[in-house]
Design a protein around this ligand. Structure first.
Ligand code: PLP
Length: 359
């Protein structure tokens, strides 16, 4: 019988805290489609301030946030966006920018640290002289932290350089900042400075911050005015969203300060995993709350079987390939949960190795 659950599948699995539930119950609300929800107004103003942008807009999800940001900045048919081949927008968002927005993607290889070589980005910018044949480059997208690269942080220097490149070519810069607070915490740089070079940023509230629902997009006032129309078109205009914004407000107050602890626990977890024969983590790549670990060749540890055994002990993780597993720390994972999960993994690995010897 499972007596304890340690849910490491993602930082999206957190449950709203008592304070969030209380704030939701007491939120002052009105119709946000009509533009009158006071809690949404307050929350959006706060997010604009934190990110150093003119205005902000609450949206139902990170996927919709990215979609709106790309589409508004690529509103002319035949537009092209440069983005990482391993980016969330490219891989996990149903190709929405092309299926819904008719925006053409030009991918550039993501390095293992989540960056793209600046020279490769520049080489991917279309020559306007060839516009009879080429799509027109209008936007560059970065992702910070970079989820598929293991939650790696993109530095302010790198972001500024990409911003300068975008400016030089008359392009816009968007940052998928689903976990921008994790990046800011790990780098010790305020969010507004980290995204200073970006025209738009999408920030998830329901990941490391632990709010139950929502994302916020930020940018200039004129961008947000267009974004609001597109949000309605996409079915993302919602009524009493103050209920959701109230919880997100509490998440900002309660949980930003806990991110440092999540990162410390991730490093502790990585150390523990590296003590287990047959598993390996590149500790240097663990910069924030995400860990990818590998089973070593010849270890005969089947990832699916390992996850199945762990599930029986209440430890939930996400297999990402036949030899790799992802786990994500969040504010509802304690130090003792980390110790428990490591010892369960150790036992499960041993069990699999003994089973293999018997074969
Ligand atoms: C980096 C990144 N961007 C965007 C998203 C999309 O967010 P949502 O699941 O709210 O659509 C995710 C979701 O995990 C993500 O990791």
């Amino acid at each position: 019988m499972v007596t304890r659950t340690v849910d490491l599948r993602s930082d999206t699995v957190t449950r709203p805290t008592e304070a969030m539930r209380a704030a939701m119950a007491n939120a002052e609300v009105d119709d946000d489609v009509l533009g009158f929800d006071p809690t949404a107004h307050r929350f959006e103003a706060e997010m604009a301030k934190i990110t150093g942008k003119e205005a902000a807009l609450f949206v139902p999800s990170g996927t919709m946030g990215n979609l709106i940001c790309v589409l508004v900045q690529c509103e002319v048919r035949g537009s092209e966006v440069i983005l990482g081949d391993n980016s969330h927008i490219n891989i996990y968002e149903n190709g929405g920018i092309s299926t819904i927005g008719s925006v053409h993607s030009r991918t550039v290889k993501n390095n293992s640290d989540g960056t793209m070589d600046i020279a490769l980005i520049e080489a991917a910018i279309r020559d306007p002289e060839g516009k009879l044949y080429y799509p027109t480059t209008r936007l560059i997208c970065l992702e910070n932290t970079h989820a598929n690269c293991g939650g790696r942080c993109i530095s302010v220097e790198y972001t500024d350089r990409v911003g300068q490149l975008a400016k030089k070519h008359g392009l816009k810069l968007h940052i998928d900042g689903a976990r921008i607070f994790n990046a800011a915490t790990a780098l010790g740089v305020p969010v507004h400075r980290l995204v200073q070079a970006a025209d738009t940023v999408s920030v998830c509230l329901s990941k490391g911050l632990g709010a139950p629902v929502g994302s916020v997009i930020v940018g200039s006032k004129s961008f947000i005015a267009k974004a609001k129309i597109l949000r309605k078109t996409l079915g993302g205009g919602m009524r009493q969203i103050g209920i959701l914004c109230a919880a997100a407000y509490v998440a900002l107050q309660e949980n930003v300060g806990k991110l440092e602890g999540d990162h410390r626990k991730a490093k502790m977890f990585a150390d523990g995993l590296n003590q287990i024969k047959g598993l390996r983590v590149d500790k240097a790549s663990v910069e924030t709350n995400i860990i990818f670990f590998d089973t070593l060749e010849g270890s005969n540890i089947m990832v699916d079987k390992l996850c199945k055994i762990l599930e029986e002990h209440g430890v939930l993780m996400m297999p990402v390939s036949s030899s790799s597993i992802r786990l994500v720390l969040h504010h509802q994972i304690s130090d003792s949960d980390v110790q428990y999960a490591i010892s369960c993994i150790q036992q499960a690995v041993l069990q699999l190795q003994i089973e293999n010897i018997g074969k």
